[in-house]
Structure formats: structure tokens, C-alpha cells
Design a protein around this ligand. Sequence first.
Ligand SMILES: Cc1cc2nc3c(=O)[nH]c(=O)nc-3n(C[C@H](O)[C@H](O)[C@H](O)COP(=O)(O)OP(=O)(O)OC[C@H]3O[C@@H](n4cnc5c(N)ncnc54)[C@H](O)[C@@H]3O)c2cc1C
Ligand code: FES
Length: 356
Amino acid sequence: MNRIQVEPFGRGFDCADDETVLEGALRHGVLLRYGCKHGGCGTCTVRLVDGDVEEHGSSFALSPGDRAADLILACASIPLEPCVIDVEPSGLTEEEYLSGDRSRPHDTRVGAVRPLTGDIAAVSLDVVGDPIAFTAGQFVNVEIPGTELVRTFSLANAPSDGRRIDLIVKLYPDGAFSRFLREGAVAGLPVRVLGPYGRLRIHLSHRDVLMIAGGSGLAPLLSMLRDLADRDFDRPVTLFFGARTAGDLYLTDEIRRVGSRLRAFEFRPVLSESWPADWAGETGLVTDALSRWRPRLAHDVYLCGPPPMIDAAVPLLTAAGVRPRNVYFDAFTPATPMTRTAALDPIIDVMTSRAE
Ligand SMILES: Cc1cc2nc3c(=O)[nH]c(=O)nc-3n(C[C@H](O)[C@H](O)[C@H](O)COP(=O)(O)OP(=O)(O)OC[C@H]3O[C@@H](n4cnc5c(N)ncnc54)[C@H](O)[C@@H]3O)c2cc1C
Ligand code: FES
């Protein structure tokens, strides 16, 4: 048994010898932020201030730079001795820590599935029972009916609309969820969803907002845009949306409609591969368009999309003057094997420890 001291709250919990830091926290009814629970999403990143841990399972969400900065994944770290962790990298508040895990299973039914482009679909799930409470930017784990598989997708609707779960899903030829959408997702079919999870959220400040989306990465940013519009946000917001061709852009009218509810909104679509003769938007990679846009930046920046886009954009943003602490992103990493049992384990643990 090892004591885990949690800073900056000055609180703590005990971890059993074979437990990860995350499992220990959830078993004691306190929350550390988490998502995939298998080292894939980086949501559970904390700083190891003192003590030592053993890495368990995959932890590919951490870069060498993260490791050098003593960052660890709570879901993949088993304490070897008493440890002190700082939860600041996960953005957790003391209130959230003490309230415990709010994520839970939600019963939904397939509402509609409609193609947005050749390989991206809009999926709408109707929540049965109590609405889902989430913050803009969070994601859910969706159980694929008829299988033991779970897949991660960001919510695209506004938190004010918790009776539905809108997803924007990239379809892969051999993807399990993609196959379900193509072949089995008939209206009314029950689908169980776990969540919400994730640390990506709006940080209100005096800075202007810059959003950068690639592919299906628009989903959480659209949720944030909708939320900012609901809140009558008054700072300028700019959205760069990168796609290969005009046919790969989608929901552009909806983006403009939501943007028109903001005080100052600029939409900058960027096409990288080919564009019509009358194309009035940007061309090249979204990172090229960013460099041309402004030489110096001092924004709060939100990024979502494929890992290579995030990897290219983050150094460019910081070189242009954005403070690393003001860059927030979710990289849409592919799923590694995650079964329903694994996805539910900590929730069962929490329920057990609360019932005792
Ligand atoms: C926090 C988070 C939020 C996410 N939100 C979204 C979202 O809103 N919309 C969305 O479309 N995706 C999102 N993803 C990514 C999504 O979870 C994965 O792409 C998932 O694996 C797709 O499931 P699938 O069953 O269709 O394909 P799988 O069965 O998982 O994979 C099938 C094939 O496609 C390849 N593949 C799958 N995903 C990727 C990828 N991302 N990049 C490259 N190759 C891949 C696999 O290697 C495999 O060959 C998110 C990921 C994370 C971590
Ligand atoms: S990396 Fe730990 S919860 Fe996803």
C-alpha cells in the first residue's frame, strides 16, 4: 500500500500494491481525470513531483518531452513507493476531485446517421432517461452493439442540449465502428455510451480564441463554438478548418450560422490538395495558412484532429508567441484494444466503494 499525495489540494488516497494511481483514486471515490484508461488519450496526465512509479501497459500518449518534464499517465502508473502528484496538467479542480467520478453509462438510441463527406458521417444518438451532463470539448466511449468493443468520439453538440449525443465520425474501410455505421446502425437501435470524459474544455480569459480543426476534429470545436454562442462570448474567435478538397469540407453553413451568433467570428477553411478555380479560401496545409495569417499570436488555442496535424501545429504556435500553457488539444489517436469490461471496471469499483 502506498500513499498518494495530491497537489495542489494537499489531499491524498492509498493505492494498493497492484493498483494504478487512477484505480486507487476511483476506488476511494475521488476523481482523477481519465478517458481511455489504456494510455491512449493523455487525459490522465499528471506530474510526478516525488516518489517513483512503474509504467504498466501502453503509455504512448506521452512524448519524450513530457517524460523529461516528469509527466506520467495515472492510468498506466503503479506506485513503487509513496508519491506526490500534481494534477495541474489535467486541469482538475478541487471540487471535481472531491465530487468523484460523474461519468456513467448512458442508454441511447440511434437517431440518425448521415454522410457529411465521402468518409465522414454525422451520428446522432438520442439519450434515454436523464440528459447527459458534459462540458464542451469532452468525449464519450461508445460500445459497439453486438461486439465487446468500445470506441472514443467527441461530442459535437452544445452542453445545453444533453438529450442527444451528436458525433462526427471518420469512417475507416476496416474500422469496427465504421462497419457498424455502414451496416447496422438503424434508427431506434439501442447503443450504450460511457462518459463524459476528457480535459479539453474552454478556458475563458482576456485572450482571443483560435481554433484549428482537421478532418473529424471539428466535433469538439463545434461543441465549443455552440457553447460560446450560448454564453454570448464577446472575444474574437477564429476557426481554421483544414481539408484536402472542397468535397472534404462539411457543415460549413452550420459553422457560419453558429459563428453569426458570436460577437466577432472569422471562418478560414483551408484546402491542401486541390481547390476549385473560384476558391476564395486558404490553400496549403492548415499550418502554412496559420503562418501566413499572423506572424505573432497571443491566443488561447484549441486544436483537434489527426496526431500529425497536432504535432506540426503545436511548435509553430509556440514559435509564434502562444504560451504552451494556452494550447489545448485532443489528438484523435486510433483505438487500441479496449473491451467493455475494461472500460467499465473503474466505474464498477467506484460504485462498490460508494455503496460500502
Ligand atoms: C480523445 C479522443 C477523441 C476522439 N474523437 C473522435 C471524433 O470525434 N471523431 C472521430 O472520427 N474520431 C475520434 N477519435 C479517434 C477514434 O476514436 C479512432 O479513430 C477510432 O479507432 C475509430 O474507430 P473505428 O472502429 O472506426 O476504427 P478501428 O477499428 O479502431 O480502426 C480500423 C483501422 O483504421 C485505422 N485507424 C483508426 N483510427 C485511426 C486514426 N485516428 N488515425 C489513423 N488510422 C486510424 C486503424 O489503424 C485500423 O487499421 C478520438 C480519439 C480520441 C483519443
Ligand atoms: S491515457 Fe490515461 S485515461 Fe487515456
